[in-house]
Ligand binder design. Sequence first.
Ligand code: PDD
Length: 277
Amino acid sequence: PVVLSQSKFIHRDNLSYPFEERGLQFGDGVYEVIRVYRGTYHLLKEHVDRLFRSAEAIKLALPFTNEQLIASLLELLKRNDMKTDGKVYLQATRGSAPRDHVFPKGVVANVYAYVQNLDRNLVNLQQGVSVLTHEDIRWEYCFIKSLNLLPNVLAKQTAKEKNCYEAILHKDGKVTECSSSNVYLVKDGTIYTHPTTKQILHGCVRMAVERFAKDLDIPFVEEAFMLDDIQDADELFLTSTTSEVLPIITVDGETIRDGKPGSITRRLQKAYEMDAN
Ligand code: PDD
């Protein structure tokens, strides 16, 4: 496999970075995960735009323009002769330099991207998944897609150990998002989800879902819901690049309604499939 490294294409085995790398030592960097369906990117512009916003928020100068990055990412798929479903992981760190908290003078960002195969999980998409609730112990800048994912990793691991797919995060009972996805509640035909403040990642699939809701005339209200609202919800679902639009059927062991994915979730799943084709 060929990877994009510092705007060049090299074989994966030849990729190496010094141990004094700011991504490794400080988590001083940002990333994206972009979906590929049958060799074509989905929501590419949204992801690239968000990478630039994340980089700007941490004062990281990317050594290319938005257009140059898009061209390189397209070339990455070509060089790998990518024809299947997959995902691209892209990471940009502040660079390599002797360890110092202060930005080192003249340091240049390290950027790499690689593609992996990823099959759609049709069973989960059809049946829905179980989740648990977990305190949101993250920092104040969750809109930055930062490499510092320890709270997310710990929450997701807790979920996994309880046979759950995801952890719904909450601050004092107010639901923000999940450990690596956005989350939505449907009540009386209206979709509710946390507004795009600094407290959540502004998901690319979330943007798409907002657009689908508009097209389908389904009210989309950017208003956080509370843990207490969940037991009375008509439907619950989550979204992310890797999970798509995924129904949630149990929360902390309690079933949502009849335990079957709801009709609005289904309509959004259909809209997603059309969009990704
Ligand atoms: N995660 N919220 C968080 C905390 C996330 O990490 C993600 C994505 C999302 C959904 O964003 P999007 O729709 O743009 O994928 C929301 C990626 C997939 C990951 O870290 O692997």
